[in-house]
Design a protein around this ligand. Structure first.
Ligand SMILES: NC(=O)c1ccc[n+]([C@@H]2O[C@H](COP(=O)([O-])OP(=O)(O)OC[C@H]3O[C@@H](n4cnc5c(N)ncnc54)[C@H](OP(=O)(O)O)[C@@H]3O)[C@@H](O)[C@H]2O)c1
Length: 285
């Protein structure tokens, strides 16, 4: 392994304007991050298939271009791009590896020895969901392909030192352009599991939380304030927005394995996302 010292210049002075590369700015979480960060910092954001004015086109598989972009002297590279739907990853593990793991290797090579810090968005799906909650110290044991790609990507980043993995749970809310969460409530009926428990985070809270955490290195968790079932979450969102769908409680499911209970907690900081009622009041306002 190449020796790597902590990136120079970190932490930056408080309130400094950073140059940030936001990979996956066209996505649901990336869009939320863009909304918070673009007015405060100098942000270059990327899209792959969903063009958004002001973002640059980038396919993660174009390794030369990815490396050239990442090596352009950014303070931070926030990596929120990849193959996210669990079923898609399960159906094509090679593609999941290609999009979720290999780009991290390319990014690390591109910034090694420079002042650029990488921040990888990871997931609670690195855990198996058999414990009441998970902190940064808990052992990972993914039960699906998506979770395994996240573990592999984390390992690459953590082996270098000086960079940061931020694990987040299910994110809910309305994005500025991509709305993969609300799309789940688009049909006349919405099946929602009563046997899957989570501590979801509200999208507008993720940017501010990330900005308070990005001077850390290693792994940090950012979890939501309330522990609820998927059914409770979906019913709450349906009511808050008066969406024309009937949320139907279900148990079990076909397709890929999902951890039954994912609650992220931190022993490294006291940040927690807003509770469900507070978030839903904001969503409906
Ligand atoms: N959503 C959640 O609840 C959640 C929970 C935990 C962790 N995360 C993590 O948060 C990050 C973002 O997730 P998300 O929900 O925002 O997913 P998303 O809405 O599906 O967005 C994925 C992003 O990746 C980009 N992308 C996909 N394939 C690409 C490729 N070949 N080359 C370049 N870019 C590509 C997409 O670009 P286009 O749309 O332009 O194609 C989009 O910007 C991921 O790392 C995910 O693991 C999300």
């Amino acid at each position: 392994m190449t020796p790597f010292s902590r990136p120079r210049g970190w932490p930056p002075p408080p309130d400094s304007r950073l140059r940030i590369l936001l990979l996956g700015a066209s996505g649901f979480v990336g869009g939320g991050l863009w909304s918070y960060l673009a007015p405060r910092h100098e942000v270059v954001g990327s899209y792959a298939t969903r063009p958004v004015p002001g973002l640059v086109r980038l396919d993660l598989r174009d390794e030369r271009r990815l490396a050239a972009l990442a090596a352009d002297g950014f303070d931070l590279v926030l990596h929120a791009a990849g193959l996210v739907p669990l079923e898609a990853a399960e159906a094509d593990p090679a593609l999941a590896h290609r999009l979720n793991v290999r780009p991290v290797e390319v990014l690390l090579d591109a910034v090694r020895g420079s002042a650029t810090k990488l921040v990888l968005l990871s997931s609670d799906n690195v855990f198996d969901g058999t414990r009441p909650q998970y902190t940064e110290a808990d052992a990972r044991s993914p039960v699906n392909v998506y979770g395994r790609t996240k573990v592999a990507a984390e390992d690459l980043l953590l082996a270098e030192g000086g960079h940061l993995v931020v694990r987040i749970p299910l994110v809910f809310g309305r994005g500025p352009w991509a709305n993969t969460f609300l799309a789940r409530l688009a049909g006349p009926t919405t099946a929602a599991r009563t046997d899957l428990v989570c501590a979801p985070v509200y999208l507008p809270s993720v940017g501010p939380a990330l900005a308070r955490l990005w001077d850390r290195t290693g792994v940090v968790h950012y979890g939501g304030g309330d522990v609820v079932t998927r059914f409770e979450l979906m019913s709450g969102v349906q009511r808050a927005l008066a969406l024309p769908t009937r949320v139907v409680p279900t148990e079990g499911g076909s397709g890929c394995r999902r951890p039954p209970r994912l609650v992220l907690r931190s022993t490294r900081h006291g940040l927690l996302g807003p509770g469900l009622d507070e978030a839903l009041a904001h969503l409906s306002s």
